[in-house]
Design a protein around this ligand. Structure first.
Ligand code: GRF
Length: 191
């Protein structure tokens, strides 16, 4: 049963700062298709958890000592809060196939590259190292294979000669904040 009629109950997994979480919370407060009711971090000190508390959203830090502990505890919470969809936002751990199967609802992720280019870490270093003219961000469905699920939305940004990893990260992050809410809208409208 939906807690907020007409809206999907959404959980967000984070690992740190939580700027994407912030943009999703802002979006969920507008006339959106979702209600964020749960935030979980594998890092109990994640700054994003404090923001969730400030926004009066239930949140939990579950120390990632063992993958199975984190996953089993999270699955219990996802069930308890009747979650319809999970959004990974700066969540730096890889979820197991077992978790994805057991949750059985959609899981989305935001990745700082134009997938299928640069799966995994250090995307900006690689784009600059390869002298790419463009990079960007992608929102995709999460499957067992890292950063390989269907792309829902992506947006490009130009890499200028003066860009370094730091400046590029900043540019791409701005795009991440813009496309994650749009991708959720697109995904839920096409269900
Ligand atoms: C983002 O660039 C995300 O794409 C990457 O880690 C960063 C997390 O930022 N995987 P934040 O925690 O959302 O501020």
């Amino acid at each position: 049963m939906e807690k907020y009629p007409g809206k999907k109950n959404v959980a967000v997994f984070i690992s740190g700062r939580g700027s994407n979480l912030k943009s999703l919370i802002k979006y969920s407060k507008r006339n959106s298709l979702i209600k964020i009711i749960l935030v979980i971090s594998n890092n109990p000190d994640a700054k994003g958890l404090k923001y969730a508390s400030k926004s009066k959203i239930k949140n939990y830090g579950i120390k990632f000592t063992k993958n199975s502990n984190f996953e089993n505890n999270s699955l219990k919470l996802l069930k308890k809060y009747n979650i319809d969809m999970l959004c990974l936002a700066g969540f730096m751990k890889v979820l197991s196939g077992n978790f994805i199967k057991k949750f059985s609802k959609p899981i989305l992720n935001i990745h700082p590259s134009l997938l299928p280019k640069y799966k995994g870490l250090n995307t900006h270093e690689r784009a600059i190292g390869n002298r790419d003219s463009f990079t960007g961000a992608s929102v995709h469905k999460v499957t067992e294979k890292l950063d390989s699920g269907k792309v829902i939305l992506q947006k490009k940004v130009k890499i200028s000669k003066s860009d370094n990893v730091r400046s590029l990260k900043k540019k791409v992050l701005k795009i991440e904040h813009e496309i994650y809410p749009k991708a959720i809208d697109k995904f839920l409208t096409n269900l």
